[in-house]
Design a protein around this ligand. Structure first.
Ligand code: GUE
Length: 284
């Protein structure tokens, strides 16, 4: 079997090179002003700070600007909503990323949904999710959208395939399932409380680990020749899938690190450039 490594790092580099050209063009016709992604980090979780920094660095690599908003751990929902409104009303800002998770006292859903649809380049609003689900023009949630781009780049066909998504979170599992469905896969959504998970995964042509628990999905459950997508990210460089035994038997897999993670970031940046180009012309 010719097994394929779905190299998200390499594809992201290629995407960034193309974006740099588009950003330069946008700057030219905009008196040297670059597109701006506003990133909002609330609280002092060190890994969230790292991810947000990585997103800012990616902006720089393609010649874009990022506007970094950092708010205290004690921020209220009202204060965060006020900040998002300000960014919605700032014509220089093309995209807004609110890093998940926010501290427990904040109503994250209300804050996500405050983000203006045309600036929702991370695809976190109910409105954006609904439009994506209905296959209308939209910015997809960055991680599942990155997975779709990776599959498409490697020519992996989904039509008629049984895809099993393990996880149902608002910005990962749920949108992943809808994107696979829209690509004509037959989709089963499982989660941490699914009974008989090994027996379901046994029948999967495509397995997506999106459950947020280190090596929750065992390699022995996955059939020979399956496509294995690991959207998990945990300390120590492990994902949601126990990859060790499966890399030799599958037809394709995403490494951790270097698979889905970099695609999340390049997709966010690419959708921000789309927003600056207003390619979707989703209402202002
Ligand atoms: N509103 C929101 N949108 C997100 O997209 C979002 C979020 N909140 N909260 C947290 C998760 C996590 N996330 C990652 C992005 C890149 C890597 C990544 O590039 N990882 C590298 C490894 C990085 C390392 O070495 O630590 C890799 O997989 O190769 C990982 C995780 C985005 N998230």
């Amino acid at each position: 079997m010719n097994k394929v490594v779905l190299d998200g790092k390499a594809l992201s580099q290629k995407i960034e090179n193309e974006l740099a050209v588009r950003v330069a063009r946008i700057k030219e016709r905009n008196n040297g002003v670059a597109p701006i992604l506003a990133t909002i980090l609330v609280g002092d979780d060190p890994s969230s700070a790292t991810y947000v920094r990585m997103k800012g660095n990616a902006c720089e690599r393609v010649g874009m600007q990022s506007l970094k908003i950092e708010l205290a751990q004690t921020t209220t929902t009202e204060e965060l909503l006020e900040k998002i409104s300000e960014l919605n009303n700032n014509p220089d800002v093309h995209g807004i990323l609110l890093q998940h998770p926010v501290p427990a006292q904040i109503d994250e859903r209300v804050c996500f949904d405050k983000i203006a649809l045309h600036k929702d380049v991370d695809g976190v609003t109910c409105h954006g999710f609904g439009r994506m689900s209905m296959a209308e023009k939209s910015y997809g949630s960055a991680t599942p959208m990155g997975v779709m781009r990776l599959l498409s780049h490697y020519g992996i066909s989904l039509a008629g395939k049984h895809a099993v998504v393990v996880g149902r979170s608002p910005i990962l599992g749920k949108p992943m399932a809808m994107m696979l469905l829209n690509a004509n896969a037959t989709v089963t959504i499982c989660h941490s409380r699914t009974e008989g998970l090994p027996g379901i995964i046994e029948n999967a042509d495509v397995v997506v680990g999106a459950v947020g628990k280190p090596e929750f999905i065992k390699g022995s459950w996955i059939k020979d020749g399956a496509v294995v997508i690991d959207a998990g990210y945990h300390q120590g460089g492990v994902g949601d899938i126990e990859l060790g035994s499966v890399v030799e038997r599958c037809s394709a897999y995403t490494p951790v690190p270097g698979g889905v993670g970099p695609m999340t970031i390049s997709t966010l940046i690419s959708q921000t450039v789309d927003a600056a180009d207003n390619v979707h012309s989703v209402g202002e």
